[in-house]
Design a protein around this ligand. Structure first.
Ligand SMILES: [Zn+2]
Length: 448
């Protein structure tokens, strides 16, 4: 069974519910770019797929960046003059600005307001705020609640710690036929937010579960990392072997109701870029293809000029284009099981094309080989599907000059990838095609 066969047997209803269940379990954990919430999340991921966990010490130099101090939090609140918790971390971890330094004391409303964040345009929502690289403290609350605060003193407490420790990340490696790699990366650093980033985490986990059971050509490397600093840290630690990455996807925001959006790699025409566009175009469903830009998620680091890895971004509605983004409205109601399942199936289909994109050589290139005497016309009857298979064999023979891969033949013929793949298999059985030697892993060929 190959990836495509698996996709056709996938029960989208059940798998969507499973993915949603996993997101529901991860939702309450207070994650940040470092700390115990991140570790707890990796422990749950480990229940589903094999995971190596790495701990990189605070202060480690990673290119132009430094691994930050580790942040942990126990509790936080604002109490009014009656001693009642009016803002309570236990109600929502979004109430505390991530990486807030510890504080305990009484402050006036005017002083407190310098540390409060709300969204006047969405007065019911709590914003998500971070202060990773500037030592500060703050609370986030709904604008509605902010407006109810009366003059007077407030007791504030953030029971957190910001100390030397570690940056934690997880890696899952599935060995394929070749050492060449397909990278799947997702950020795991957001607290109780669903689409950004738990939907991407769930999709990556399910890709790992599924690809781990199937025969695959590429080796698959999954990264569960904190955004930005995680990919920088990983690339700094794996600079010598990053060239093995021949294809990659950053996965994020795959549970909302928007259409699939694929953002190209910096190269713009890498195999994964073309496979994504080819599949989405043939899917008959709405989709969007976006050009690369150096703004977004960890593709920014993978596609930095010193690496220039062919890594695109697979998502539904891009960040910042849905009003729930980075607010308490990106919750368990915002992501839909059926959209998670749809994203999984489509992502697998794109991976399937990349994984099956072999280049063949026509062994009898001078004029057309006689298909009839090899029984190849017997494979084809009179119906339209058979005619398409015949056409697929002619295209595959004609373009298999060692230069064109199956994806290129599918693109040029306008036929489905699967029928080209089937034609190639039939022709190979008759020794009319032979696989060209796979490009070797050459030093730095992923780097320009
Ligand atoms: Zn985010």
């Amino acid at each position: 069974m190959d990836i495509n066969d698996f996709v056709t047997t996938l029960d989208l209803h059940d798998i969507g519910k499973e993915m949603y269940g996993l997101i529901s379990r991860l939702f309450p954990i207070c994650r940040s770019i470092t700390g115990n919430g991140f570790r707890e999340t990796l422990d749950i991921i480990k229940e589903h797929i094999p995971l190596n966990v790495f701990e990189i010490p605070t202060g480690t130099q990673v290119f132009d960046w430094t691994v930050p101090k580790e942040w942990n939090i126990q509790d936080a609140y604002i109490k009014d003059s009656r001693g009642e918790r009016i803002v309570d971390f236990r109600q929502s971890n979004l109430h505390v600005v991530s990486y807030s330094v510890p504080i305990k004391g009484r402050v006036s409303l005017a002083e407190l307001k310098k540390h409060l964040f709300s969204l006047p345009d969405y007065p019911d929502r709590i914003p998500y705020r971070t202060s990773y690289y500037k030592e500060d403290w703050g609370f986030c609350l709904s604008h509605k609640q902010l407006l109810t605060l009366r003059d007077g003193d407030y007791e504030v407490c953030i029971d957190s710690s910001l100390k030397d420790g570690h940056l934690t990340y997880g890696e899952c490696y599935i060995r394929g036929e070749t050492e060449e790699e397909f990278l799947i990366s997702c950020h795991v650093c957001h607290p109780s937010l669903c689409n950004d980033n738990l939907s991407g985490v769930a999709l990556a986990i399910y890709l790992g579960k599924i690809l781990g059971q199937l025969p695959v050509r590429y080796s698959y490397r999954f990264l569960f990392i904190p955004g930005t600093i995680g990919s920088i840290t990983w690339l700094a630690g794996n600079e010598e072997t990053a060239f093995r990455i021949k294809h990659g996807l950053v996965i994020v925001g795959v549970g909302d109701e928007g259409k699939i959006t694929y953002k190209r790699s910096r190269r713009g025409n890498s195999v994964v870029d073309r496979a994504a566009e080819f599949f989405l175009r043939q899917s008959g469903e709405p989709f969007e293809i976006e050009a690369f830009s150096p703004y977004g998620y960890d593709e920014r680091q993978f596609c930095s000029p010193g690496f220039n890895l062919p890594v695109g971004c697979f998502q539904r509605t891009p960040f910042g284009r849905y009003a729930e983004y980075h607010t308490s409205a990106d919750n368990l109601q915002f992501v839909k099981p059926e959209k998670l399942a749809d994203s999984l199936a489509k992502c697998l289909s794109i991976i399937h094309i990349v994984d099956s994109d072999i280049t063949y050589l026509n062994t009898l290139p001078k004029c057309e080989p006689q298909l009839g005497k090899r029984g190849l016309y017997e494979q084809v009857g009179g119906d339209s599907q058979s005619k398409r298979l015949q056409l697929a064999m002619l295209w595959t023979l004609n373009l298999s000059d060692g230069e064109n891969s199956l994806l290129e033949i599918a693109e040029r013929s306008g036929l489905e990838f699967e029928i080209i793949k089937k034609a190639a298999a039939l022709l190979s059985e008759q020794s009319l095609l032979e696989q060209t030697s796979r490009p070797k892993v050459t030093v730095r060929d992923g780097v320009s």
